[in-house]
Design a protein around this ligand. Sequence first.
Ligand code: AHR
Length: 503
Amino acid sequence: MPSAQLTLDPHFTVGTVNRRLFGSFVEHLGRCVYDGLHEPGHPAADADGFRTDVIALVRELGVSTVRYPGGNFVSGFRWEDAVGPVEQRPARLDLAWHSTESNAVGLDEFAGWLEKVGAELMYAVNLGTRGVLEAVDVLEYANIRAGTRLSDQRVANGRVEPHRIRMWCLGNEMDGPWQLGHRNAEDYGKLASQTAKAMRQLDPGLELVVCGSSGAQMPTFGAWEHTVLLHTYDDVDFISCHAYYQETDGDVGSFLACATNMDHFIDAVVATADTVRAQLNRSKRIDISFDEWNVWYIDRFRAEEQITDIERWPTAPRLLEDVYSVLDAVVVGNLLISLLRHADRVTSASLAQLVNVIAPIMTEPGGDAWRQTTFFPFAITSRLAVGEALEVKLTSDTYLSAAYGEVPLVDAVATHDAATGRTAIFLVNRSLDAATTVGVDVSHLGDVAVLETHTLADDDIHASNTLADQERVGVSPNGSARVGDGTLTVDLPAVSWTAIALG
Ligand code: AHR
């Protein structure tokens, strides 16, 4: 008897899967930009200094949007420093990460890199140490064709066509006491509203993201969203969510269940946004931009020595270079399931980050670029999750997790693309020691066959890919998947993530 069963029906839709769900994040932090995507001396570098091996991996990852340039970095950033002739750009102290920023890569270079990658730019303005005027200035520089001081400056810098950036973040994590220019919800809500109104005076068609909470564990969570949205409801389109998870004290069971926390986080923010909608008597709905999410061993980072000697603030230091395991990849796959399950309200998301810094892609200066374990669930979900997210009717055995109580052993979501008739199913088995068989009622899909299967699992759940052993972990076809009498049956190994395409 299968320990989990689901029913798929293409009529039971949650919402259309927005391609922006498969976004990522590039911050001027550590070796994400420098020695990551940009390394002029590397044998694979193109004429602009960008590594073509990294570009190929980013394309394979299937990234739709990239949030830039931070992160905590943006709250001390002057965008003007990083445009124009490179040799004239000033080096600056990056207060957020105790580093030295050369400004060799800025908006124009990064937009050019995104063209090579085929992804959309999502730009964050500095509302920590700057304000309305600087936000409007960078918008003028980026999006106005020509004929004004700043747009002409962009043209003179060699970027004749405007960047046409649609999505803009109104600051970063302004609820966090660690943020430069941190404000309370009242003060930030007013500033965000003024900034949004000014930006819309220039271009009413922009899509604007106001800062929500830096995590559901923040003491101001809920109240922050409510107050900020009371100030900005008419001015913005999205409110952000950020969440990072890690295995703590060897509690693998709770870590494997952390997508239930993401589910609750999203449900709570949706409820709060809809409460404000009712209070203000508006018809418009605010969506969620989950624009930082990942596994991050933040405790390890906090334990690292912080450099305080300002004479030694390095350029592009090795920071936050988490090496991800099979277990971490299963959790990332499960977090993607949670995002897809909320496709009606989560219409944009960014895996934080993209290269070297808590990233699915790693590089060595002058050397190789390789895929971390977390690369695989992201790349495959991005490729297969097309069309409508489906509400799967799931019944599963459960287990008791210390952090989240009773949780299902199996989690799953599905998508259906009416245009091609293809269906994709994404599943995790959270059991630490037992394989499980899942039965999926696919009778409502008509006559379907298994097109492709991928399972990520390993006897060593802490196995990872490293410079020395770059292909230690990957995905394998799941030969157990079979369809008969309207039922898809598949065996899921312990601690595993699986994707199945039907058509
Ligand atoms: O992604 C790393 C950091 O996490 C970002 O700079 C910040 O926004 C968040 O706290």
